[in-house]
Design a protein around this ligand. Structure first.
Ligand code: ADP
Length: 170
């Protein structure tokens, strides 16, 4: 699946009492799990200084996959996309929090089509096909909010402060 985020410039919505920082939902897709790239992908966000709010491995139901990608329902690749995400090889759903995390998360992930992804991005480094592009990342505050609600219960979202938070997120 993907991720969702909160942003400092906008009102916090996801965690009660959370700092005014955006949260993003990211999902490592089945190819990322099958290719054993989970640790490398998670590290990109951790090392950048983002806070891991939630993470879990699951095989999404067709209903969840369809709702997650409901904006794309009219596209010709929609059925194949849902089949890919629900293949039975699990996905790793995550929530990351921190300054500019939605926009930065999209940069970390790279452009949708690996042919156009920055070579330093996850897709640019590891993917070659748009239909097997390893990871989803929320592309807006509203999408993040929707996706976090879809994939996680509020009780699964951790509230804590990483030790370096004050230096990284200043
Ligand atoms: P992103 O995942 O970068 O936000 P989109 O929301 O446009 O991109 O598309 C969602 C996902 O649908 C893509 O990540 C990719 O897995 C799949 N997809 C998009 N375009 C195509 C395509 N032309 N052919 C096959 N799959 C596609």
């Amino acid at each position: 699946a993907g991720y969702a985020m909160y942003e400092a410039s906008k009102n916090p919505v996801l965690l009660e009492g959370a700092k005014t920082i955006a949260g993003e939902k990211g999902t490592i897709k089945p190819d990322g799990v099958s290719r054993q790239l989970v640790g490398k992908i998670v590290s990109r966000f951790e090392e950048r200084g983002y806070k891991l709010v939630a993470i879990k491995s699951l095989t999404p139901s067709p209903a969840l996959a369809k709702e997650h990608y409901s904006d794309l329902a009219s596209r010709p690749f929609y059925a194949g996309l849902v089949k890919y995400i629900t293949s039975g090889t699990p996905v790793v759903a995550m929530v990351w929090e921190g300054k500019d995390v939605i926009r930065q998360g999209r940069r970390i992930v790279g452009a949708t089509n690996p042919l156009e992804s920055d070579p330093g991005s996850v897709r640019g480094q590891y993917a070659v096909s748009v239909g097997r592009n390893l990871i989803h990342a929320s592309d807006s505050f509203d999408a993040a909010t929707k996706e976090i609600g879809l994939w996680f219960d509020s009780a699964e979202l951790a509230e804590y402060e990483p030790t370096a938070w004050g230096w990284v997120m200043a």
